[in-house]
Design a protein around this ligand. Structure first.
Ligand code: HBI
Ligand code: FE
Length: 285
């Protein structure tokens, strides 16, 4: 997120990576991970896309304690050629894209405090590793993430990062998918959140709308609370097909003529799965 990053800390390399320093986690740190893990593990088999659950298994993420990035990277590398590297927090957009384009996922090394199990502004190791890494074991999703990084590097030169970031937000972070005729979650922001794992599928408040690339790049999002709209893909193959090459220069040009869509808005062309009541969002306004 542009503007949210700090200066590169003295201990960080040129590419912003730092050692994970796994030995320095305290017993309390590992206990926080285990508590978060136990809560999500009870909730997700029914709710998350199958490939996410498979990824947890393939990468042995159920082992107690915060995963060691070297072990994770070794398993991931064999599967899909990805690695997990540690960073201090949010990194600048160009650094983020460069890592993804080279099949390196940047993860925060710190973990939230025991009194922050439900809400955190900055991505910590639980969000980044539990939320994002399992799907990187899936070949199609792994390619999608690399393509996103490559698309980001191009978008940077075209002044189009805001548009592309909306794609990331409504897929990688908060995406829903149709599987076996049911809606399931796959977005990392949802699967790593107890409250949103329930809300995104069960609550009558948010809209649930079929994925449309141009539609979604016009849509604002909120970073401070549950989403007001979720977008539903048919499959990871379909997502990758619709975003092939992430070469969106002509689309960015077209988007200049189009209005912005509010986070809770439904438009005529939408394929609406659920028209949300927006009661939740209204209750917080
Ligand atoms: N840095 N560590 C980290 N994690 C992110 O998810 C991240 C980032 N920097 C920029 C960014 N995301 C996004 O704003 C880009 O997709 C635009
Ligand atoms: Fe994330």
């Amino acid at each position: 997120m542009a503007g949210l990053t700090v200066d590169r800390p003295a201990g960080a390399a040129e590419d912003w990576t730092i050692p994970q320093d796994w030995d320095s986690y305290s017993p309390q740190d590992h206990a926080v991970w285990d508590a978060l893990f136990a809560r999500q593990a009870a909730l997700l088999p029914e709710r998350a896309v199958k490939e996410f659950i498979d990824g947890l298994d393939i990468l042995r993420i159920a082992k107690p304690g915060i995963p060691n990035f070297e072990d994770l990277s070794e398993r991931l590398m064999k599967r899909t050629g990805w690695q997990v590297v540690a960073v201090p927090g949010l990194v600048p957009d160009d650094v983020f894209f460069e890592h993804l384009a080279n099949r390196r996922f940047v993860a925060g090394r710190f973990i939230r405090r025991p009194d922050q199990l439900d809400y955190l502004q900055e991505p910590d190791v639980f969000h980044d590793v539990f939320g994002h890494v399992p799907l990187l074991a899936h070949p199609v999703f792994a390619d999608y993430m690399q393509a996103y990084g490559e698309g980001g590097l191009r978008a940077d030169g075209l002044g189009a990062i805001e548009k592309l970031a909306r794609l990331y937000w409504y897929t990688v972070e908060f995406g829903l998918i149709r599987q076996d005729a049911e809606l399931k979650i796959y977005g990392a922001g949802i699967v790593s959140s107890y409250g949103e794992s329930l809300f995104a599928l069960d609550d009558p408040s948010p809209n649930r709308i079929g994925f449309g690339l141009k539609r979604l790049m016009r849509t604002k999002y909120r970073i401070d609370d549950y989403q007001q709209s979720y977008f539903v893909i048919d499959s990871f193959d379909d997502l990758l097909r619709q975003t092939v090459e992430m070469d969106f220069a002509p689309l960015y040009e077209e988007l200049k003529q189009e209005s912005t869509i509010e986070a809770d808005e439904i438009i005529d062309e939408d394929h609406v799965f659920n028209r949300g009541t927006q009661d939740y969002a209204r209750s917080k306004a």
